[in-house]
Design a protein around this ligand. Structure first.
Ligand code: IVH
Length: 674
């Protein structure tokens, strides 16, 4: 085989730099500069050269991110510096005591400089860089020994494979620590695809992240949307850095993702304010956090304070109020989902879990139910994490009443009495009767939900009545309902019937993305429906597209594509769509927000302290078709500037970017000239 010539070497070098740059723009800065197709072209060319000259493949080549073949098990890794855990506090008073101990330990008279960071609920990992090259990645394990998951971690685009030359020179050995998480939206989407594939769903984003990282086949990890947030380095004796916040800045410059809520705080009062801010932003965040980590910022102070057993004296986890509660199981019930999947559910004596009333908790599937060995009458711990469905995490066997029996999945559907089957390799049990009233009810409920046809008043109870009375056999029947049919129903007065009919009438103009979502195609959640509408713009085009072309849509994998193909080929579904058209559903042409919104085509960067968390403004801008990037560049149209804007403000001034405050943004949104 011919040796690579100068030209190839130069091309390879350039390709790698380009791919790295676009990876960073896409995954870390959230500000892509080229289309996916252009990116693929660069990447494919890179693979082609490396295939031709395998001797040129280096461990930091971006091609190494796509996963390697199955290994049998993970090798053990000794952490050079122990990975510590954190002491906990759960109230302002306890945090006060922590701060007092810190001040005493330092003999300090003034307030302490802290850095506050969200406590991310994922999996802790360590990344070792030697001479700037990512050489080893491991799990935390017991703090001293973890597992070598380097190949898996290499698939994460948020992990730089090589650091800058300057940093490599200054710290020839750098150990970066942080948390691997899966976003809540990505988790929901992953579960949709698993379900469509007849695979068992994952319990929560944390488990999903952990399970995805510990895959023996790293191409599975590569297919999972994981992110790495860096939160520190292993050692504090880096002579030229003297506090945690400059370490975070350095890491950010090196291409690591640093959480948007990381901020410095002086003393107890500023830390408490940061805590409140984080707590109130929590529900809206697309990732799970279970508290705030407060660290003494200055490394020389950290060194003086030292550690007790496995936790540092200079840091603490300030946890949000408990998200678990104990209660008693009244009954184990079996619910039938939209696609016939039977899910065991524990009906509970109602209990408050972090301010929310919980009376049911999912047991996920038969395997999980059997693992827990949960029974009627058991005392259990329920957990509610963010907006995830409450789940039973533990059974207190010591409190189990005498003579209880283990529960089994029934053999007959609790709704239609049809038989329940479990195909091989499938965690789910299913009712296979497409006319099963419970399935129909769930489909109808989904169809009419806010993210679908948004038919107010069509809740679970009414859906059930419409089905029981045989007024509705599939969602299309809704568009043929008359007042005469509705009035005899339970609790249905003239006004209510009219409101429902008005809501149905209004829903005939449901925009295309919501319409596609409402159909309940396996695997097609809101995000996928949005992508499909954006790509095809009319339902006719979507309906007639060959399955092979569906997979060309960015974000639509083969499983979802096959699900769509099956759905559209099904005669029952075809006649439903026909009947929807006959019933006056408009199937409107989709005009993407990015083209029509008030902020269409505009790129924003957000900086400084604003009256609401940044996520709020990001949503607001995106809802109006704008884009939000993390760094100011020549492409930035507006800098949304809060109090104390730092380097971004300086950069925007230098580039002459338009700088606006919150009221300036409001003005842009109020402008009526478009
Ligand atoms: S610092 C001081 N910072 O919390 C050394 N840990 O109990 C301890 N965690 O397993 C780590 N977010 O995975 C630190 N911003 C953050 C964190 C964080 C989450 C986890 C970490 C560790 C556990 C410590």
């Amino acid at each position: 085989m011919a040796a690579p010539d100068e030209k190839i070497l130069a091309e390879l070098k350039k390709l790698r730099a380009e791919v790295n740059r676009h990876n960073r723009l896409y995954y870390v800065d959230d500000n892509p500069a080229i289309s996916d197709a252009e990116y693929d072209r660069l990447f494919d060319r890179l693979l082609e050269i490396e295939r031709q000259f395998p001797e040129l493949v280096t461990p930091d080549s971006p091609s190494q991110r796509i996963g390697a073949p199955v290994s049998r098990k993970f090798a053990a890794v000794q952490h050079r510096v122990q990975m510590l855990s954190l002491q906990k506090v759960t109230s302002k008073e306890e945090f006060d005591q922590f701060d007092r101990r810190v001040r005493e330990g330092l003999d300090a008279s003034g307030e302490i400089e802290y850095i506050t960071e969200p406590k991310l609920d994922g999996l802790a990992v360590e990344l070792v860089y030697e001479q700037g090259l990512f050489v080893l990645g491991s799990t935390r394990g017991d703090g001293r020994t973890g597992e070598n998951i380097t190949v898996n971690l290499r698939t994460l685009r948020t992990i730089p494979l090589r650091l800058s030359e300057e940093t490599a020179k200054r710290c020839p050995l750098l150990e970066v620590r942080g948390e691997v998480i899966m976003k809540k939206s990505a988790f929901a989407h992953l579960n949709d695809t698993l379900e469509a594939d007849n695979l068992p769903p994952l319990a929560n984003p944390r488990n999903a992240a952990a399970g995805s990282l510990r895959q023996l086949d790293s191409s599975v990890t590569a297919s999972r949307p994981l992110m790495f947030y860096a939160y520190g380095i292993s050692d504090t004796d880096l002579a030229y850095l003297d506090n945690q916040h400059t370490v975070m800045e350095l890491l950010r410059e090196e291409g690591f993702l640093i959480n948007e809520f990381v901020t410095t705080a002086t003393g107890v009062s500023e830390s408490a304010r940061a805590f409140e801010k984080l707590e109130s932003a929590r529900e809206q965040l697309d990732y799970e956090i279970d508290g705030m980590v407060v660290k003494v910022d200055r490394f020389n102070q950290q060194t003086i304070l030292g550690q007790i057993s496995r936790a540092p004296r200079w840091a603490v986890a300030w946890k949000f109020a408990a998200e678990t509660a104990q209660t008693v199981v009244e009954e184990i019930e079996f619910s039938v989902g939209r696609t016939g999947v039977i899910t065991p559910v524990a009906r509970l004596e109602p209990v408050q879990v972090s301010g929310v009333h919980v009376s049911h908790a999912t047991l996920h599937n038969a395997d999980r139910m059997q693992d827990l060995d949960i029974r009627k009458g058991d005392t259990v711990t329920v957990r509610r994490a963010g907006d995830v469905i409450p789940e039973v995490v533990e059974v207190d066997k010591a409190k189990r009443p005498a003579s209880t029996k283990a529960v089994k999945i029934p053999t007959e559907c609790p709704s239609c009495r049809g038989s329940i089957t479990r195909t091989e390799n499938e965690a789910a049990h299913r009712c296979l009767n497409p006319a099963c009233p419970a399935q129909l009810e769930r489909r109808l409920f989904h169809f009419a939900s806010k993210s679908g046809f948004d038919i107010e008043g069509l809740g679970g109870k009414l859906a059930r009545q419409l089905i029981d009375e045989k007024l509705v056999r599939n969602p299309a029947d809704l568009f043929f309902l008359t007042k005469e049919q509705l009035l005899p129903l339970d609790l249905m007065a003239d006004k209510k019937a009219q409101n429902l009919l008005d809501a149905i009438d209004h829903s005939r103009a449901t925009p295309l993305p919501r319409l596609i979502y409402a159909l309940g195609i396996p695997g097609v959640g809101e995000a996928a429906a949005g992508l499909l509408a954006g790509q095809f713009e009319t339902f006719e085009r979507f309906e007639n597209i060959p399955v092979e072309e569906l997979t060309a849509v960015d974000g639509i994998g083969p499983t979802i594509a096959a699900g769509i193909g099956d759905f559209l080929a099904n005669e029952g579904n075809q006649s439903m769509l026909k009947r929807m058209r006959k019933g006056g559903v408009q199937f409107p042409v989709f005009q993407s927000l990015a083209a029509t919104g008030k902020l269409a085509g505009k790129t924003f960067v957000i900086t400084g302290t604003l009256s609401q968390p940044r996520g709020y403004f990001k949503n607001l801008i995106e809802e109006h078709g704008g884009k939000v990037a993390s760094a100011v560049s020549a492409k930035t149209d507006y800098l949304l500037n809060g109090a104390d804007g730092g380097s971004k403000l300086a950069k925007a001034r230098k580039l002459g970017t338009t700088i606006i405050d919150e009221s300036g943004l409001q003005q842009l949104l109020n402008d009526t000239n478009d």
